[in-house]
Design a protein around this ligand. Sequence first.
Ligand code: C2E
Ligand code: MG
Ligand code: MG
Length: 692
Amino acid sequence: MRNREDRLRGIMDTVLDGIVAFNDEGIIEGFNPAASRISGYSAGEVMGRPVALLLPELDGDGIERAMRAGRARSDHSHETVGRRKDGGSFPVDIAISALTRGTRRGFIGSFRDLTARKAADEALRRSEERYALVAEAANDGLLDWDIEAGTVYFSPRWPVLLGMQPDELRPTPDEWFKRIHADDFARVSADIDAHLAGETAHFESEYRIHHGDGGWRWVISRGMAVRRPDGSPTRMVASLSDVTARKEAEQRVIHNATHDTLTGLPNRTLLFDRIERTQAARAGRPRGALMVIDVDRFKVANESLGHSIGDQLLVTMARRLPKSLEAGDTLARLSADEFAVLLVEVDGDEAARAVAERLRRRIARPIEVGGETVVLSASIGVVLVPPGKLRPADLLRDANLAMYQAKLDGGDRVRLFSEELRQRSAFLLRSENELRRGIETGRLSVHYQPLVSLQDGHLATGFEALARLVLPSGDMLSPNDFIPVAEQTGLIVPLGLKVLQQACDQLRAWHTDYGTHLTLAVNLSPRQLEDPEIVKAVARVLEQGGHSGFRLKLEITEGALINNPEVAAIQLAAIRALGVQICIDDFGTGHSSLAYLHRFPIDVLKIDKFFIGRMAERPRDFELVRGIVGLGHNLGVSVVAEGVETKEQADILSGFGCEYGQGYLFGRPMSAGATTEWLARQRNRPVPAPVH
Ligand code: C2E
Ligand code: MG
Ligand code: MG
């Protein structure tokens, strides 16, 4: 018996639950150390006192109530409130068993402090609640994929995000997968597989997913697998967040950095990138080609029509040009009026030229803008992308060179880059010295192009002196190649005087030999007109050898008048006082011309060959030429048409009453020797009257 009691006490002392023994009247008869720890009472303090002190539920007939409720069974615990010595209460789980000791009934209550568990439960409940709230309130859709059952629960946000009705979504993973963009699917499923295989700590993937409106949304999915102890996945939870706005903003930034804002076309950066890619991809395939397209006289259109119309013209071009291109080709905008085209596959020079010609014709189609019809033209330079490595910037330089040549040849045309062009440009690069030497060593020569009377059987009335530079190689450089350099370096002043001198000497000789009253037209550049010495220099040339019957005309461009009108007016008046006539060259290409005409002493208007060339085909140019001729006559000046190449043009001009013509139809610029022969052939014809 004693032994048994000892053993019982041993157990009571070591168990973690509080144990209290009490009799029928609820008086405590036993109390173990765990009960002391939980309640704060020592055994001595509670022995002989009512158990209700500790467990208020067991007061008065509380014990009976508990028994009746069937609670006094050791396998049946319930939750109640316990009270500690310090007066504080705590949640308690209690089980009561009744024992009979002889005639007396007794009870054993075992109880457990639930405070810690309660706190844990509360935390769990709170977090579950939070999770539910988050799931509901977050913008994210959630899915819970039971991998074994092959079913998926989609949260209500999921279909909302994808623009679907909730009942459209069957609970299968396919409802997720089948909407993923084909280009992204492989990546997403690889991301999922890697995570399910335990290779990644989280699943995360960014992809496009189909939306109910027919479009695509950029989304991010993040998720995690739930695994068995052996690591094999049983479930996967994943979210769906719409990141379209962010993605679009990112793409916009990238787009803006690589595209032109006005036209939306790729810019230089992207063009270079594409050139490099074409070069990399081109092994064994046909060569590509790069073109530079520069709108002719765009500045003039922009300034006379206004910048907003100028912009519209560029946008129209940007829309039109791709129609002549293949899918993989790139149209880029390089600067204000300069575009570039990269053809990825083109079979040689002629194929590239054909595309360029198509583009040129497309550009020439009239554009209706702001109630006006505008006709643009462009100069196009083409370079084939050669095998081997050539940096995009170098290719562009070559295409630019060809474009520049097209421009110098009069614009509205296509030029292919060639080695010869490169050599010439190399010449231009070191041209100041070359030019200086050319002038000094007499390699400068003058060619003469006849001017004829349109009203009088096309008889020669004079010549225009056109400068030529002969290279050591024997090649002859066009003035378009070296006059701009001469202008820039100031060499134009000695060069211009040399041309004047040489041409005057020549005219004197012809006058003596042929006795004709020829006129001589010499070009005077803007820079020369500003030169304070120019009047004296012209006077000196005229005096040398005596004035022998020919009439000198100096041709200046409108640009020379516009740059510095005050100086121009004074200089022109002084030159005119020497008996020299003033001719406005290339008339019609600078739009402010009309306003200037009455301010300057002018004798001749020379209509630019650009208009003459287009007059027969384009009613606008036809009217323009007619208008200029009429205007000239009203102002009392004579009119020369430049660049007359066909009989039809000559007839139209003579119909307008235009007095003089110059152009390949009548004679090309010729060397002095060839001109002498030409004059000899004309000799038997009647002597034409001089201009004025
Ligand atoms: P420009 O004064 O307008 O000269 C007319 C240009 O048109 C010449 O080009 C001439 O060869 C070309 N031309 C003549 N008839 C026709 C034709 O029927 N069709 C076509 N398509 N073209 C024709 P060039 O000789 O190349 O001279 C170009 C420009 O260089 C000249 O234009 C002139 O502005 C400038 N230039 C020439 N010599 C001198 C010079 O001694 N001093 C200055 N400052 N400039 C010069
Ligand atoms: Mg001229
Ligand atoms: Mg001209």
